[in-house]
Ligand binder design. Structure first.
Ligand SMILES: [Zn+2]
Length: 201
């Protein structure tokens, strides 16, 4: 038996989300059919607010309420240093750690198994920022795991044609752990212990 069109539509919409297969999409949809009106209303409004008010910054690609974002336009921050992170969720962790330069959000990491290549990330945009001339140091703060290290290498290589200093944060962040779960003191140490990263020959 086919579901009513509105049910099929919501199931299909859920299925476009990462990690959500048909069974999960159906479970979420049936949950919402039984949920109190208030809960559905809140979800609807939250989605509308998200679509209406959150944009990706055209410079750093972080999520923001305007573009360029408040970090990119804040003249009190050090525009000569750019901290490169994988995801928007890594930014609050470095803000807590006292980072006062700017950011560049890659929007992912290289992962051949998931079909994510370097060209899917915002590396080209980072290169353009560096070529504009203000940036003197690029600090790679991708996660200390296999994908993060591979991503850092790709970024390093793509900056070979520039004379910017490239460094990688120290391994104060335990190998295999994620930036977003690291505490401020640990990230602050990892930043101050950063070392220059040479391109593999
Ligand atoms: Zn920005």
């Amino acid at each position: 038996m086919a579901y009513p069109p509105a049910v099929t539509r919501l199931i299909e919409a859920f299925r476009t989300l990462p990690g959500v297969g048909t069974r999960t999409a159906e479970r979420l949809t049936f949950h919402l059919l039984r949920a109190p009106t208030g809960q559905v209303q809140e979800l609807t409004e939250a989605l509308e607010a998200l679509a209406a008010s959150v944009v990706a910054c055209e410079v750093c690609h972080n999520l923001a309420d305007r573009s360029p974002c408040s970090v990119c336009t804040d003249s009190s921050r050090d525009g000569t240093r750019v901290l490169v992170v994988e995801q928007p969720r890594d930014v609050p962790a470095f803000e807590d750690a006292g980072w006062s330069g700017r950011y560049h959000v890659l929007l992912g990491h290289v992962n051949p198994l998931e079909g994510i290549e370097a060209s899917d990330l915002t590396i080209e945009s980072l290169l353009e920022r560096v070529e504009e001339g203000e940036v003197k140091e690029v600090i790679l703060a991708t996660n200390p795991d296999y994908e993060g290290d591979a991503t850092a290498l790709h970024v390093r290589r793509s900056l070979d044609s520039t004379d910017v200093t490239v460094s990688r944060i120290a391994r104060g962040v335990a190998s295999g752990s994620a930036i977003e779960y690291s505490n401020a003191a640990m990230l602050s140490d990892a930043l101050s212990g950063r070392s220059s990263m040479d391109s593999p020959s």
